[in-house]
Design a protein around this ligand. Structure first.
Ligand code: HEM
Length: 465
């Protein structure tokens, strides 16, 4: 039959389901199409078949490392043009993944966060300086992007990107969005007749920004090597550390790819997470009040008091707000898995289907994270307290995966959580947050997802203790 997974009705010859997929909004399209197609379904765009999983139990099965492994969805595979076999885009079994993972892991252990804490605070303080001086509503996603880019560049590369000294967007951000969008567009074009020609035109148009990225990374490496200085940061690890067991070091090409990988992966998704969190807080006065109260309780009456490293994990309510934000809008919204051997998924259900090693499927997190079979009838609501231990008991296992799964799960998870809680704490301690009541959440997709055109007004407040 050519297909074994349910697909949308009304397929066309040649183009198949292409009319339903807009290359700029794939997640939104899949969420719309998938509503009625069951737990696992396919969408075919010309010669490219995509299989999507929307069901929590099925996603949990695909997260079983003994049966499935990470593969690159077409849009992610396209990123190899920019970041090769860097950590995020490495293929299963690639040697450089093993080397880089071993060399860089120690910088992301929970204890290592202590070394980043003060830099995170300083960067946030710089943002407040700008906010205090300019007044008026802030463009949330733009400012959270400034903040998180600045934080990762300072923490990982001891380099100031000057994000707060210019009112322009940093050119790196434009180049990054270009690279991510290119991945999305070229991933979709691969299977389209004449797509190769369009893809080449996209590459030509982007040549300057590519050169900019190359130059930026070369400068970072060159300056560090020439200075002869040692820093206790990620860049030094990349340049000088060997894998603890194999003794292998990263080569120059791979170092470039890892730098770009961390500059992008290290800020874009955290920026989106903070933006969505502020969106939900601005929309839910009771939740906002509880969040204010938790921060005030911990930090006291002076809005300039900064949290200590040890205090961050004590902000349990803020943590639940972050977890709940990443449930509804996981900012890295999908990842792809393939079976190691032929296997039956959904065994014993009416959706049982055999997957072979040629098959792969993308777990669509904003769908699996809202599956009412796993999360109950209020699955679409923002309710941080669903993450209270007493409310989590009896919930299916392995269904909450905003940071991916297994060996290839997010290396920056602790970093992202520490940074996001720290920033939310400081914002809430200092400001009341008022969103535009007429704003309707819109999502911008660039492989990651961020809120579009979302503004809030921040009013200085006196913490109430
Ligand atoms: C991998 C999400 C923050 C660096 C991943 C994956 C997800 C994810 C879902 C797995 C993707 C897959 O299976 O294909 C997130 C989210 C973040 C975040 C939601 C913030 C809220 C960060 C930060 C860093 C980072 C702060 C670095 C400082 C990476 C890297 C990988 C990765 C290098 C690839 C790991 C590997 O395959 O070995 N992330 N991430 N991420 N993330 Fe994150």
């Amino acid at each position: 039959s050519g297909h074994k997974f349910p697909h949308p009705p009304g397929r066309r010859p040649i183009a198949y389901d292409a009319m339903r997929m807009n290359t700029d909004t794939p997640i939104k399209n899949v969420m719309t199409i998938g509503g009625s197609l069951g737990p696992i379904f396919e969408v075919r765009v010309f010669n490219q078949k995509y299989v999507f999983v929307s069901d929590a139990a099925l996603a949990a099965e695909l997260c079983d490392e003994s049966r499935f492994y990470k593969v690159l969805a077409p849009a992610v595979a396209q990123l190899r043009d920019f970041v090769g076999d860097g950590l995020f885009t490495a293929l299963e079994g690639e040697q450089n993944w093993h080397t880089a993972h071993g060399v860089l892991m120690p910088a992301f252990a929970k204890a290592a966060m202590r070394g980043y804490h003060d830099t995170m605070l300083e960067t946030a303080a710089e943002m407040f300086g700008v906010w205090d001086s300019q007044g008026g509503p802030i463009d949330v996603t733009a400012d959270m992007t400034r903040l998180t880019l600045e934080t990762i560049s300072r923490c990982a590369f001891s380099r100031d990107f000057g994000s707060f000294t210019s009112s322009e967007r940093h050119p790196f951000v434009d180049a990054m969005v270009m690279a991510l969008m290119t991945g999305m567009q070229k991933g979709a074009l691969d299977a389209v007749p004449g797509g190769g020609r369009i893809a080449r035109r996209i590459d030509e148009r982007n040549a300057d920004q590519r050169a900019y990225l190359d130059d930026l990374v070369d400068t970072m490496v060159g300056e560090r090597r020439e200075s002869g200085e040692r820093h206790d940061d990620l860049l030094d690890r990349m340049l000088y550390e060997a894998h603890p067991e194999t003794g292998v070091k990263l080569d120059d090409r791979n170092i470039r790819e890892q730098i770009l990988t961390f500059l992008v992966a290290g800020h874009e998704t955290t920026s989106g997470a903070l933006s969505f969190a502020l969106y939900y807080l601005s929309r839910n006065p009771e939740i906002l009040a509880k969040a204010h109260a938790e921060v005030d309780d911990l930090l006291g009456p002076d809005p300039d008091t900064e949290p200590t490293f040890e205090q961050i994990p004590r902000l349990r309510y803020l943590r639940r707000c972050l977890d709940e934000t990443l449930r509804l809008w996981p900012t890295a919204p999908a990842f792809a898995r393939s079976p190691r051997e032929t296997t039956t998924v959904g065994a014993g259900t009416e959706h049982e289907v055999v997957m072979t090693p040629d098959d792969w499927a993308m777990i669509i997190l904003p769908m699996t994270h809202r599956d009412p079979k796993a999360w109950g009838p209020t699955a679409e609501d923002f309710d941080p307290d669903r993450f209270l231990p007493e409310n989590s008991r009896g919930r299916m296992k392995n269904i909450y995966k905003p940071f991916g799964t297994g060996e290839r799960a997010c290396i920056g998870r602790q970093f992202a959580i520490h940074e996001a809680i720290l920033v939310l704490a400081r914002i809430l301690h200092r400001f009341d947050i008022t969103g535009d009541p007429d704003y309707e959440l819109r999502i911008e997709e660039r492989l990651t997802i961020v809120p579009k055109d979302f503004h809030v007004t921040l009013t200085p407040r006196t913490p109430t203790v």
